[in-house]
Design a protein around this ligand. Sequence first.
Ligand SMILES: Nc1ncnc2c1ncn2[C@@H]1O[C@H](COP(=O)(O)OP(=O)(O)OP(=O)(O)O)[C@@H](O)[C@H]1O
Length: 256
Amino acid sequence: MDLTFDHVGVSRGKRRVLHGIDATLRAGRVTAILGPNGAGKSTLLKAALALLPTTGVVRLGVDPVATMDPRARARAIGYLPQDAAVHWNIRARDAVALGRLPHRSAYAAPSAVDEAAIDAALAATETAHLAYRPIGELSGGERARVLLARVLAGEPRWLLADEPLASLDPAHQLDVIARLRAVAAGGRGVAIVLHDIVQAGRLADDVMVLKDGRIVAFGAVADVLTPATLEPVFEVAFGTLAGPHPICIAIERLGR
Ligand SMILES: Nc1ncnc2c1ncn2[C@@H]1O[C@H](COP(=O)(O)OP(=O)(O)OP(=O)(O)O)[C@@H](O)[C@H]1O
């Protein structure tokens, strides 16, 4: 089930921060969303979750996201925000269990299906050994993996994540990339905001590049992750390396 942006615009205060976004993000693929600071990447994810008022329409399949039943929407689209926090010092496993809330009736105890999904998410993020530790005592990277587990536990049809690799060491970055690719390989949709262009090449099938609230490139990773496309966007000279996936590396700032 694809996620479609049909002329989507967002204003924050008096400023227009997204302009007429037209794009279809495909289920079964990983889409990386790149762009300079302030380009509108996080805003695009929030628009897809109906967390912000928008002009235009975001659709999951044929259904406008904004008018979906909130529980159905929470089951369908999982979200890992930038700088996600847990405001109570609960155990990691209980934090992951929160990801199952849209599947449970109010006050019901987790079912066997819920417990299995929680255990699978802990295993997938290598956080089972942290399950009974207070989340406030975990390192930044451990907490980031637990919060990813919370989203995975909800088994959403679409997974939207804002910078999920930022605080992870290389081994756990590779694990999370493998996990997100597995989610997409299972037919679900994955859209990830990233700053690391090398990781985008490793993770993504498609890349959307935003600048000043507009799409400046959107397509298959090999077509978009090129110096010709990226240099005017980031105002940085890029070089390429041969590898199993497109590797584009920032070399130096342009025009300085
Ligand atoms: N609550 C807000 N009120 C006013 N303006 C906002 C608000 N949140 C974001 N903006 C503005 O909207 C624009 C887009 O912000 P957004 O967070 O989507 O950018 P981004 O591409 O995710 O940036 P970054 O890479 O720095 O995380 C920016 O100019 C930002 O200053």
